[in-house]
Ligand binder design. Sequence first.
Ligand code: M6R
Length: 580
Amino acid sequence: MCGIIGYVGHRSASKILTDGLKCLEYRGYDSVGIAVLNGQNLEIRKDKGMVADVSSGSRFDSLSGSIGIGHSRWATHGGVSKENSHPHSDCTGSIAIIHNGVIENYQELKSSLLSKGHKFASQTDSEVVSHLFEENLKQFPTPLIAFSKTISALEGSYAIVLLSKSSPDVLFLARKNSPLVVGKGAGENFCASDFSALLTYTREFLVLEDSQIATIDRDSIALYDLLLTPKTPSFLTIDWDVQTAERSGHPHFMIKEILEQPDVVSAAFSADVSQVLPLLEKFEKIHIIASGTSYHAGLLFSILLNKYKSGKFANVFIASEYQNQVLPDSNALIFAISQSGETADVLQALRYSTSPHKVCITNTQGSSITRLCSHSIYLNAGPESSVAATKTFLAQLCVIYKLLFGDRYRDSIRSTILASTKHSAKIQEFSKSIITNRFIFFLSRGLCLPLGFEGSLKLKEISYLHSQAYPAGELKHGTLSLIEKGVCALFLAPKTPDATKLFGNLKEVKARGGTIFTLTDDPSFKSESDMSLDIVPQTDPLLYPFSFVVPLQLLAYYSSVSLGINPDRPRNLAKSVTVE
Ligand code: M6R
């Protein structure tokens, strides 16, 4: 969702801000803007649209100055328009602010500011911040105190960066429930909503914690709590390199990220799970919490725990429903799975849980989820830029298998993934038939059930084709009424003991005129299919889920590309979903 970038130093701020906004594009946005301060000249340029168009159309490059802020907005309060784009200013044009999150008490603050004569230029919740700071500057002796008073008045979630003529060399930062990091340079400093925008400049980062304030100028970084008590900043080094965050000759990030998965297996299996194994041994009751693709990894985790680890009672929860479905339970071991570590639904579920034992499985060091958990397991998958989760999903599965079975299956999994990446051309061809269908069911059973859900989500997410996943045996309890000529069902059909039942489900669809597609290593499925891809290597039944990971990702990718859609940036979606 919204992206933040800030710079103070000796170089042209507009260039660094524009480049940073390009790096943040993967988060999803609908408008962009920057503010640059040069002495006492504060200029804001912004509009709805993509970074390349707005930055050239509004001549970002013509702004001189070496301190500034930039923002990409994903609309929540107020429509997609130039006025609602960030940065927002005050009544005098002396202040510029950018904000991610939601100011929940903005209406109350706005009414009070309106009664004091403030004029608002947008419909956003964010604009109250600049006017409130303007008001506080009149009342408090220093800009820093005025900033802390402003932040203390806000309710909700925020990552805020403020630039003011009153302190022309300083950026003011604050964070609560929305990520904000400071990047440390030499004679220059940076801030951003995530590391990836700053990897060209620095690897040393300070991750702001909730209810902290920071100021950065070109030579120093100061950290405070809301009462302005100084705090000692502790920096972490991020070892992601810029290249892994670039497309490296591939047409899209998604295909690059799919193809680098053989290496992801090795990296994910190197995760340190030693602190978590004793907990997994000890606890009977396990709650797994996640959203979207991570939920599908969690679903497989829960099936494996219940079926292959005796004495375990695992439940998987869609994060946004966790509070609606259980009472807080301090006797449950919690696993929260989130590649970004910033998914608001997951964070909220973790806050709700009273368990002292919370383990997160995440790809992002220093992310909010790590602060809410007693233990963190890192996926080591490197940066994932495409909105569609691919390599982080595989890494999640690898970490789950490592937790349950140690390194026993690492090499077989790697071979399966490597073999699957070689089937690109066949899957591309297959996708041409898939996209001619108006409705596609993904049907599967057993350990491959979560893969059916994931394949369907991936397809609809980036190709906009209507698709739905079902446990194949459930179809006859209602959904079978939708099957008729022209409706397509894709079966994930590994040669397992469950294959006979799945085969029966296939016949049910076929008898009603449905078109049958299969991904299978089983000849009987092949002969009953309208189209079949024999790209599923025979393997240990426990490992069949891995046989489908890459084919389903490639199927979604090529469907998207054939339909002329940019798979990296599906409409309406964001990489990091920081609102509930
Ligand atoms: O960062 P998270 O793993 O918590 O993200 C959860 C979902 O938003 C995410 O997996 C989403 O479903 C993906 N874009 C799917 O490809």
